[in-house]
Design a protein around this ligand. Structure first.
Ligand SMILES: [Fe+2]
Length: 419
């Protein structure tokens, strides 16, 4: 009798087991006009899940397609020292199944919706938009909000900034770019899981770079690019050790190259990244080439050189049009620079670096002593900074606008396509 009861209880438990799906995100495929990559996580003992997707105008899902993911056990975040949302010290238990899929043969410039099924919250619908084959597109740019569940206002500030960018754009953006440090400790799985429940993660394609905070755990002793890798499904076209972390993708007429600073600290690390960047640019000619990394080009406090001097010769040589950095929490922007001098924009690279956007972890500017001839503008609100940018492509121009939290335009710059 006892055996039978145990059996029945076990059956009932199985039948009612939660089938949870979380940390869902859409990343660009190598050609974002026809390929998008989805990542989601599910419980180890849950049923197999798959992705159901269709164009947004197929409101009844009549033409939806089923895409079966690759699934693997992920233990990279397990037993990491962390904090709970109510500020208690814990070792997070975080073993799960990581599911990834590349959706191909999509229509350019088209809005799609998708669901992950079966799951308990299968009414949840997510969205992405493919890049247009040609024509206008607009991306939002944000960084350094250091998601940290004990202080939810950080993420709230950044998400409100994205809303402000949408209002300033008078429409939704086409995709979001982030320049790293979106998580306070990348090893804290609950921070990613919580962040991805925010609306912008459910409706945009996100393309980002690994920041030093995304790369670290609370103890700063178990740092790895796996946190960023497994919380995304980026194109697997990077170089050794950086597959799914460094990557490139083409969005309309623009080639984006995404770097990982944490593995460029040594001479050898920098050389490996630079060899890869040269090769990618050579093999993927585009009207605009944009390179993104987390670290700043200049120290915004004084204007002193930072990563600029490690990259400016390569950018000159390869014709990089725009270089986007972050980390310093102070906005700094040049006009086009070639061989160390400002040009009329027909040649050279525009360097830009974002502020923090969490209203908490910024820093104040100090006296501007260096590079006054090439840095055109610096801006921040001190330790409590929030800003974001839009980048709009119209034909031969990329228009960048820096907005403050109120939607005021603080700075603008235009990238010209080179002949
Ligand atoms: Fe940061």
């Amino acid at each position: 009798m006892r055996l039978l009861t145990t059996f029945l209880v076990a059956c009932f438990t199985l039948a009612t087991q939660a089938n949870e799906v979380y940390t869902v995100i859409a990343n660009p495929g190598e050609n974002a006009s026809n390929s998008i990559r989805i990542n989601w996580h599910s419980d180890i003992d849950s049923e197999n899940t798959y992705c159901l997707y269709t164009e947004c105008n197929d409101t009844n899902w009549e033409h939806s397609k089923k895409a079966v993911p690759q699934s693997e056990l992920c233990t990279a975040f397990d037993s990491m020292y962390s904090k709970t949302a109510d500020n208690k010290n814990i070792y997070e238990q975080a073993k799960f199944i990581r599911n990834t899929i590349e959706l191909n043969k999509l229509k350019p410039g088209t809005k799609y919706m998708y669901k992950i099924v079966p799951c308990d919250n299968s009414s949840e619908t997510y969205y992405f938009k493919t890049a247009p084959a040609e024509g206008v597109w607009t991306a939002g740019i944000i960084s350094d909000f250091h998601a940290y569940t004990p202080i939810p206002n950080r993420v709230k500030s950044a998400m409100n900034m994205i809303k402000t960018l949408e209002q300033c754009n008078n429409a939704d953006l086409d995709m979001m770019l982030h320049v790293g440090d979106i998580i306070a400790w990348g090893g804290s799985y609950s921070f990613w899981k919580d962040l991805y429940t925010n609306e912008p993660f459910k409706k945009y394609v996100w393309a980002g770079v690994n920041g030093n905070h995304d790369n670290m755990d609370r103890t700063n002793k178990k740092n790895t690019n796996n946190f960023f890798r497994y919380a995304n499904n980026n194109p697997e076209n990077g170089y050794t050790g950086e597959i799914g972390v460094c990557y490139h993708f083409t969005y309309g007429n623009t080639l984006f190259i995404m770097l990982n600073n944490e593995d460029m600290r040594s001479k050898e690390g920098l050389a490996a990244a630079q060899d890869w960047v040269k090769k990618v640019i050579k093999e993927n000619p585009a009207k605009f080439t944009v390179v993104m990394e987390h670290y700043q080009w200049f120290f915004g406090t004084s204007g002193k050189f930072s990563q600029y001097t490690r990259w400016n010769e390569l950018f000159d040589e390869c014709g990089v049009d725009l270089a986007i950095g972050a980390n310093n929490h102070i906005y700094a922007r040049t006009n086009a620079i070639y061989q160390g001098k400002e040009t009329d924009g027909s040649k050279g690279t525009i360097y830009i670096q974002t502020t923090s956007s969490d209203n908490e972890r910024g820093q104040a500017m100090k006296e501007w002593t260096d590079n006054k001839d090439i840095i055109k503008y610096r801006w921040c609100e001190g330790p409590r900074s929030i800003s974001g940018l839009t980048m709009k492509n119209v034909g031969d121009k990329l228009y960048l606008k820096l907005y403050d939290r109120y939607g005021n335009i603080i700075d603008t710059v235009t990238v010209l396509a080179k002949k």
